[in-house]
Design a protein around this ligand. Structure first.
Ligand code: TYM
Length: 333
């Protein structure tokens, strides 16, 4: 069985892009793989956070993931900071990672350009992520398009460690990018990806817990163009329609021809928007309802997360000890 590792940050609003780009695929392949899914709270600290809110959102995300179909009996679901090997692994990998590799990361360049004061953690973020993956000897890392470069960096770091210290010490992981939904764009600005940090802005994102009325409103406001043709297209002027069709395709699992056929009777973009909103509403309704039930029993959530952390540590702690030994550190007697 292939081993899968993936992660998601607890901060900001989990949106349709996170769901279609990552979580939906985790759930669909869950039975065929050995899975580790991690709520990466340490990654969230790379930009300033409100401590109370971070704590709330961490549990809330656990409930959302279970509501979305992650089964804690089939997958190991845990909080990153509950397994100290992640922070330790990051330090050890820092000491084989050239600074230039991190300075080249496009996400770092984008995020740091928008901030006056950049925290060291933001630069180091991909090394923490590499450690997440490598400590589990994961074969596959299912992520959206925007994380592909970070998974490729994890491969480079693993190869360098193997070269410097011990051949085949780490498994070289593969990024798994979905065919549809890998890059969901903002509804208000379809040339930019849908992003958690903008998800509070009206009309930008569909959040996983939005009520049907709100979802419909967001789709109705979606930016399109002045034409009428409903077709997949790479033309930047048609990015809005292309995004709506891409969302419909990812939600329904249909082929492009089937998607276009579903809209053959549409009288314009208005019908397209309502059609897409409807499949999204039908998909999210049960998730929102299960989420509300799960949040009523925080003690049960904590119990599941504690069990997940134990299972994760059983893999990650011995691996980090092997790393230390391989790098020349003395393990405690
Ligand atoms: P995060 O929390 O930003 O996003 C979680 C997942 O959602 C995907 N995603 C998208 N997919 C399609 N369209 C979008 N607009 C969109 N926005 C986000 C992301 O690609 C991701 O798969 N650093 C990671 C978390 C992480 C991780 C890991 C992932 C930490 N350690 C180890 C894999 C393996 C992050 O911040 O994802």
């Amino acid at each position: 069985m292939k081993r899968v590792f993936s992660g998601i940050q607890p901060t900001g609003n989990i949106h349709l892009g996170n769901y279609l780009g990552a979580v939906k695929n985790w759930v669909e392949k869950q039975a065929e793989k050995e899975n580790f899914f991690c709520i990466v709270d340490l990654h969230s600290l790379t930009v300033p956070q409100n401590p109370e809110q971070l704590r709330f959102e961490t549990r809330s995300l656990a409930a959302m993931l279970i509501a979305a179909g992650i089964d804690p009996d089939k997958s190991t679901l845990f909080i990153q900071s509950h397994v100290p090997a992640h922070a330790e692994g990051c330090w050890l990998l820092n000491c084989v990672t050239p600074l230039g590799w991190l300075q080249r990361m496009t996400q770092y360049k984008d995020k740091s350009a928008k901030q006056e004061s950049v925290l060291t953690g933001l630069l180091d973020y991909p090394v923490l992520m590499a450690g997440d993956i490598l400590l589990y000897d994961a074969d596959e890392v299912p992520v959206g398009e925007d994380q592909k470069q970070h998974v490729e960096l994890a491969r480079d770091i693993a190869q360098r460690f193997n070269h410097v210290y011990e051949e085949e010490f780490f498994v070289i992981p593969q990024p798994i990018i979905p065919q549809a939904g890998a890059r969901v764009m903002g509804l208000d600005e379809p040339t930019n990806k849908m992003s958690k940090s903008l998800a509070e802005k009206r009309g930008h994102a569909v959040r996983l817990l939005d009520e049907p009325k709100e979802i419909l409103r967001s789709f109705k406001r979606a930016v399109t163009d002045s034409g009428r043709e409903i077709q997949f297209s790479t033309d930047p002027d048609k990015a809005g329609v292309n995004n709506l069709l891409g969302i419909y395709k990812a939600v329904t699992g249909k082929s492009e021809a089937e998607v276009i056929a579903d809209f053959s009777e549409a009288r314009g973009y208005g019908d397209l928007k309502v059609g897409v909103a409807q499949v999204v509403i039908d998909m999210l309704n049960p998730i929102r309802e299960r989420y509300q039930m799960l949040m009523q029993d925080p003690a049960e959530l904590d119990r599941l997360l504690a069990r997940g952390a134990q299972q994760a540590a059983a893999v990650a702690a011995p691996k980090v000890d092997q790393m230390k030994h391989t790098m020349g550190l003395v393990l405690p007697a």
